[in-house]
Design a binder for this molecule. Structure first.
Ligand code: PEP
Ligand code: MN
Length: 337
C-alpha cells in the first residue's frame, strides 16, 4: 500500500501516520518530494486494509498494491477450468452450451426438453426448482419434486444438471440431486449464502448481480473461494441501465475484462439479459465471439405455456438452427463448440 500525503501535511501528521503503520507491525518507507510525502507500506497489506488510514489528517490518497480479490485474481498460472459433472468449462476447453427451461414444470416437460437440447449439442441441462420471482404470487418452482425430475432427466440423457439455490436451508437437499449450484443475480450479494456454497463439494455458477460492478462480482466469487471451493464460474447475465428496450443490458465487455482480471471461467446468459426471444440468437453469437466459455440459454418446447420466462425462451427448433452458427463463430476465434 502507498500512502500519499496532502501538500500541506504537517510533520506531526506525517509522524502520526508512520506511527500508525508501525503499530501494525508494518514497515514505513518515507520518500519526500517537493510538496508531498509518499509513505510506502511494506508487509501484509491485509493488516491495514480495514484500518482507516485514509481518514487520518494529512492523507490525500491510498493506493493498494495487491488486488483485494487475491484468490480470483489471474496470476502466472493463467486460466483454470471447472468441471460440471464430466463437462469442463474454461478458456482451454470447448465452448459449452447449458440449456433447458427456466423452470422445471413436470417430469415430461424436463425430459423432453433435455432430450431435444442434447440432440442439438447442449452438454449441460439447466432448470429451476426454486424460482426467484418478482411477485410472490407467481410460480415459485416445484422444489424437491423439480429436483427429482432434473435428476431423472440426467439419468435419461447423461447431461449434468445446474439448478439455482436461493436459500442455504435448501442446500443439502439440492446437493443430493444437482451437479452445479447456481447463485442467481438477486443473491450475488447474499454473503451468507456465498459462504455456504463455498463449503459445498459442488461447483458454483455465480451470476452477476444486475446492479453489480465487475469488481463486486469478483469479490462475491472471492467469498466462495475463500471457504475452500475453488470451482466457481462467473456469469454475465445483463445489468440494469437507463435502456428499457430490452429487459437488461448485456454487458459483453465484462467477458474480456473478467478474463483479464481472473482465472475463473466466464460464461454469458443472453436469455435473461434480453428478455426477448427475438434477439437471443444474435447476442449468443456475439457472446461466443467475445470469448465466453459457455452460454446459458433457456429453451422451452411450448414457450406460450411456460410457467416462467416464456417470452425469452428459444424453441428447440430455433435453438437447433443456432448451434451450427455458434460453432462457426467459435471456429473463427480458434475454439470448438
Ligand atoms: C435463471 O437462470 O433462471 C435466473 C432466474 O436467472 P437470473 O438470476 O440471472 O435472473
Ligand atoms: Mn428464467
Amino acid at each position: 500500500m502507498i500512502v500519499i500525503t496532502q501538500p500541506n501535511a504537517t510533520e506531526e501528521q506525517i509522524e502520526r501516520i508512520v506511527t500508525r503503520v508501525r503499530e501494525f507491525g508494518l514497515e514505513a518507507q518515507i520518500s519526500r518530494g517537493a510538496s508531498r510525502v509518499i509513505i510506502g507500506v511494506i508487509g501484509p497489506e491485509a493488516l491495514l486494509r480495514e484500518k482507516p488510514i485514509a481518514a487520518m489528517a494529512g492523507v490525500e490518497a491510498i493506493i493498494p498494491v495487491l488486488k483485494p480479490y487475491k484468490l480470483a485474481a489471474r496470476d502466472s498460472r493463467g486460466a483454470s477450468s471447472v468441471a460440471i459433472g464430466d463437462v469442463r468449462l474454461g478458456e482451454h476447453e470447448d465452448v459449452v452450451l447449458i440449456c433447458g427451461p427456466c423452470s422445471v414444470e413436470s417430469r415430461e416437460q424436463i425430459q423432453s426438453i433435455a432430450t431435444m437440447v442434447k440432440e442439438s449439442g447442449a452438454k449441460i441441462l439447466r432448470g429451476g426448482a426454486f424460482k426467484p420471482r418478482t411477485s410472490p404470487y407467481s410460480f415459485q418452482g416445484l422444489r424437491e419434486e423439480g429436483l427429482r425430475f432434473l435428476a431423472e432427466a440426467r439419468a435419461k440423457t447423461g447431461l449434468p444438471v445446474v439448478t439455482e439455490v436461493m436459500d442455504a436451508r435448501d442446500l443439502s437437499m439440492i446437493e443430493r440431486y444437482a451437479d452445479c449450484l447456481q447463485v442467481g443475480t438477486r443473491n450475488m450479494h447474499n454473503f451468507s449464502l456465498l459462504k455456504e456454497v463455498g463449503r459445498s463439494r459442488l461447483p458454483v455458477l455465480l451470476k452477476r448481480g444486475f446492479s453489480a460492478t465487475i469488481y463486486d462480482l469478483m469479490m462475491s466469487a472471492e467469498y466462495i473461494l475463500n471457504e475452500g471451493n475453488s470451482n466457481v464460474v462467473l456469469c454475465e447475465r445483463g445489468i440494469r441501465t437507463f435502456e428499457t428496450a430490452a429487459r437488461y443490458t448485456l454487458d459483453l465487455s465484462a467477458v474480456p475484462i473478467l478474463k483479464s482480471k481472473t482465472h475463473l471461467p466466464v460464461i454469458v446468459d443472453p436469455t435473461h439479459a434480453l428478455g426477448l426471444r427475438e434477439f437471443v440468437p444474435q447476442m449468443s453469437l456475439a457472446a461466443v465471439a467475445a470469448g465466453a466459455d459457455a452460454l446459458m440459454i433457456e429453451v422451452h418446447d411450448s414457450p406460450e405455456l411456460a410457467k416462467s420466462d416464456g417470452n425469452q425462451a428459444l424453441t428447440p427448433e430455433i435453438f437447433a438452427e443456432l448451434v451450427p452458427r455458434l460453432s462457426a463463430v467459435a471456429a473463427a476465434i480458434g475454439r470448438a463448440l
